[in-house]
Design a protein around this ligand. Structure first.
Ligand code: GLU
Length: 296
């Protein structure tokens, strides 16, 4: 049961670009949640998708975290070094008869990216390259309580009927890797942006198939720019200026509606030492997105 295990949280950036205010908010919230509960806080580098990555971004992210005083426990886990573990999980699913190959082109897939039963009955004739999809029973319903966003209920069998666990280009899918790694790192609590809320039912489904324990989830509102777009590396959110680290932490705390550190707390370590005992997740707005307040 989540809650009865020791607290282990994580921040799991994809190195597609430098840290920006949106990713700092996720890093800070997961850090404060872990430290407030005397838990362990880990960093996992999700460098699983080389075509989307930016050279040097992983090192830059780690250095930015350090300069913001966000020190992690244990060693950083690099997804690029864990391919055998993903292969083992896929093998376990395959042996359970839970996977099928799919060679559909994008044009053949449904609007939700589903294969819609085209490939399942013709496994002998599926050509290469092919993706691996997991079978989701049509009536599969996944429910969970998000600490911030409340009760979530999804008809997984309708919304994600046969989602991809290994892509056609041979890369393991994020949904699989994150589940395998959360289990390997003994993660008990996930605090991350609400843009990943709709991934959670797929992750819960895979956790159950693989026999992994359930996790406690908290999906934060994401910060949007003036046009209502989520700040992200893909839409070129401005990178954080590490020389302004204390101000960046203050902006992130303000976004999370946490107590304002007094002005004489000038260093990141002092700001964090103020914020950890005062961490109040109940003060975070229960919204999926909040526009930036003049910060971007
Ligand atoms: N690597 C993912 C991202 O940067 C986050 C994964 C997670 O927190 O589960 O969007």
């Amino acid at each position: 049961m989540p809650g009865s295990k020791p607290y282990r949280g994580r921040f799991a950036p994809s190195p597609t670009g430098p840290l920006h205010l949106g990713s700092l908010i996720a890093a800070l919230a997961s850090y404060l949640d872990a430290r407030h509960r005397q838990g362990t806080w880990l960093v996992r580098m999700e460098d699983l998708d080389p075509p989307r990555e930016e050279p040097g971004a992983a090192e830059r992210i780690l250095s930015s975290l350090e300069q913001h005083g966000l020190r992690w426990d244990e060693t950083v886990m690099w997804q690029s070094r864990r391919l055998p573990d993903y292969a083992r999980a896929l093998e376990q699913l395959r042996r359970g008869g839970l996977l099928f190959r799919c060679d559909c082109t994008r044009a053949m897939l449904g609007p939700d990216g589903a294969c819609r039963g085209r490939c399942q009955p013709r496994q002998g004739q599926v050509g290469d390259p092919s993706a691996l999809r997991v079978r989701v029973p049509g009536d599969c319903r996944i429910e969970f309580d998000d600490r911030l966003q409340g009760r979530q209920s999804h008809q997984l069998g309708q919304e994600w009927p046969d989602f991809v666990v290994r892509r056609k280009d041979g890369l393991d899918a994020y949904q699989l890797a994150v589940v395998v790694d959360d289990a390997a790192q003994g993660i008990s609590h996930v605090v991350r942006g609400s843009d990943l809320l709709d991934s959670t039912p797929r992750q819960l489904f895979l956790q159950r198939l693989l026999g992994f324990p359930g996790l406690d989830y908290c999906h934060l509102p994401v910060i949007t720019d003036r046009g209502g777009q989520k700040l992200s590396k893909q839409n070129h959110a401005p990178p954080l200026d590490d020389d302004q680290a204390p101000d960046n932490l203050r902006s992130a705390l303000r976004f999370l509606r946490q107590a304002e550190p007094p002005p004489d707390r000038q260093h990141c370590e002092q700001i964090l030492a103020f914020a950890v005992p005062r961490w109040a997740p109940g003060r975070i707005p229960r919204a999926l997105a909040i526009p930036a307040a003049g910060q971007v």
